[in-house]
Design a protein around this ligand. Structure first.
Ligand code: NAD
Length: 503
């Protein structure tokens, strides 16, 4: 860790537990062993509020991945996890959730320092969501059942039933915006049904996943059930996508990379879940409380500095309140505190990397060039760190780049609509279909609109209401399949039909 990062951690009095963790040289977790990369390579992990070097992360190799897959394969085939009594798996997953809870403050600090995000948001959302996801799926371990069936047409007598069998070794590829929580979305269900896993965290944010692995070990989950291989997407992620020892790939990340992963995985017909990008529309009608709705809409885009897959990033407001609404929204946005992630009052934290900051600022420039009207923000504040002010554009058109492409930063684009039909047409005019939001108190209108919106989640009068009991995933190019909820379980289970012919 360099001196700028050290000074930053001192300024915000980071806990001794976190400092001790950061003092340990990060190691991958393979078959229960803590190991360096087989060729000794490391990459720098940069702290986003200072731009300083935080840690050196092992850059795993294809050979490291082979060992991780072999460990997961062995544990799956030998049954140390897959054939464990479901209540025992359930107990171990609850124990893991207990340990996550006991270490929640430290995990929030690590997530904040590594990714840059607000430590308060990390504690309340990322870490709480991680704990809740493991608890929710722990309960499913003992409730996986097939069904008995009566053949509908076949003559003769049979006993016919289905068995649900864990799919096998699962490869999980994770993005950097919610590192631990996204990993929990992949692992909770997979471990509950008896799969073993190999996880590849994003190269920018591997640390919380490595701390998580320590807790997996402490919980008593057998070695080899969970394996963590850090490193580059183009090396480890690409090798995972076509690895013959992996039965299922579950990927969260951008649409272009997801397409590559999906194509590679289908070569040997791996099962695939893809949670991809979004450009989620927000429809605001003229019957809302303007101040309260402006605040909700601002939270829906600016939370995690807009680095959220289902962020409400395209705003459509009824023309009769458009100007007043934008004024209220801009006032609220200007009041959000732009600060380092460890500042307890920070709302707008830095972008995860200099590259991401450049990309977001590039989109802001493109918006100006295309003729959108900048209402507030638009700048990178002076000083260190990869910050971008909360930014609002008005008078956009749907053919603009800033309206069609995922910016993945604190940038909201807006335009007015006249009729309900126009609002729906604008909302659906996107390659993405992850989420949509409706703000209105007219129940008839809301229920009329819900079926018309092409989106995996529709939020009414709020944004990103996410819970482990409800499935999450995309229509169109926002993905394939669903994480969370009972719906996720089937994507990790094969269904075997058993026929016993009698007499
Ligand atoms: P990304 O696609 O660049 O990377 C995601 C993961 O894929 C990383 O671990 C990366 O190392 C790996 N990867 C990169 N190249 C690879 C390759 N060739 N083969 C296999 N793996 C490879 O995405 P990101 O920048 O980390 O995350 C931001 C994106 O994730 C946004 O598009 C966002 O919308 C999306 N996202 C979606 C959801 C969802 O649930 N739908 C949730 C969070 C983020």
């Amino acid at each position: 860790m360099d001196t700028t990062v050290k000074a930053y951690l001192d300024r915000y009095q980071v806990s001794q537990a976190t400092l001790d963790f950061l003092d340990r040289q990060p190691r991958m977790f393979i078959g229960g062993d803590w190991v360096a990369s087989s060729d000794g390579a490391v990459s720098e992990s940069i702290e986003p509020s200072t731009g300083g070097v935080l840690a050196l992360i092992p850059e795993g190799t294809a050979e490291d991945l082979d060992r991780a897959v072999a460990a997961a394969r062995h544990q799956f085939d030998e049954g140390a996890w897959s054939r464990l009594k479901p209540l025992e798996r359930e107990r171990l997953l609850h124990r893991l959730a207990d340990l996550l809870e006991a270490n929640a403050d430290q995990l929030a600090e690590i997530e904040s320092i590594d990714m840059g995000k607000s430590v308060a948001q990390a504690r309340d959302v990322d870490i709480q969501g991680t704990i809740d996801t493991f608890r929710y799926f722990a309960g499913w371990a003992s409730k996986i059942q097939g069904r008995s069936a009566e053949p509908a047409s076949l003559p003769g007598s049979y006993v016919a039933y289905t068995r649900k069998e864990a799919v096998g070794v699962v490869g999980s590829i994770i993005p950097w915006n919610f590192p631990l929580q996204t990993m929990a979305w992949k692992l909770g269900a997979a471990l509950a049904v008896g799969c073993t896993v190999v996880v590849k965290p994003a190269e920018l944010t591997s640390l919380s996943t490595l701390r998580f692995a320590e807790l997996v070990q402490e919980a008593g989950i057998p070695d080899g059930v969970v394996n963590i291989v850090t490193g580059r997407g183009s090396v480890i992620g690409a090798a995972m996508s076509c690895h013959s020892g992996i039965d299922k790939i579950t990927f969260t990340g951008s649409t272009p990379v997801g397409q590559t992963v999906g194509r590679a995985a289908l070569d040997d017909m791996k099962r695939v879940t893809l949670e991809l990008g979004g450009k989620s529309p927000v429809l605001v009608f003229d019957d809302v409380d303007i101040e309260a709705t402006a605040e909700a809409v601002a939270q829906g885009i600016f939370f995690n500095s807009g680095q959220v897959c289902d962020a409400g990033s395209r705003l459509y407001v009824h023309e009769s309140i458009y100007d007043r609404f934008l004024e209220a929204l801009a006032d609220y946005a200007r009041g959000l505190k732009v600060a380092p992630g460890l500042d307890p009052d920070c709302f707008i934290s830095p972008m995860v990397s200099a590259k991401q900051q450049d990309s977001v600022l590039g989109y802001i420039e493109a918006g100006k060039q295309e003729g959108a009207r900048l209402v507030c923000g638009g700048q990178a504040p002076e000083g260190p760190g990869f910050f971008v002010e909360p930014t609002l554009f008005a008078d956009c058109r749907n053919d603009m780049k800033i309206v069609q492409e995922e910016i993945f930063g604190p940038v909201l684009v807006s335009q007015a609509f006249g009729s309900e039909a126009e609002a729906v047409a604008l909302a659906n005019d996107s390659i993405y279909g992850l989420a949509a939001a409706i703000y209105s108190n007219d129940l008839n209108r809301v229920h009329r609109l819900i079926p018309q919106l092409k989106a995996g989640s529709v939020y009414v009068n709020a944004h990103s209401t996410i819970d482990p009991a409800m499935p999450f995933g995309g229509y169109k190019q926002s993905g394939v399949g669903r994480d969370l909820g009972p719906e996720q379980l089937d994507s990790l289970l094969e269904t075997k039909s058993v026929w016993i012919t009698l007499g």
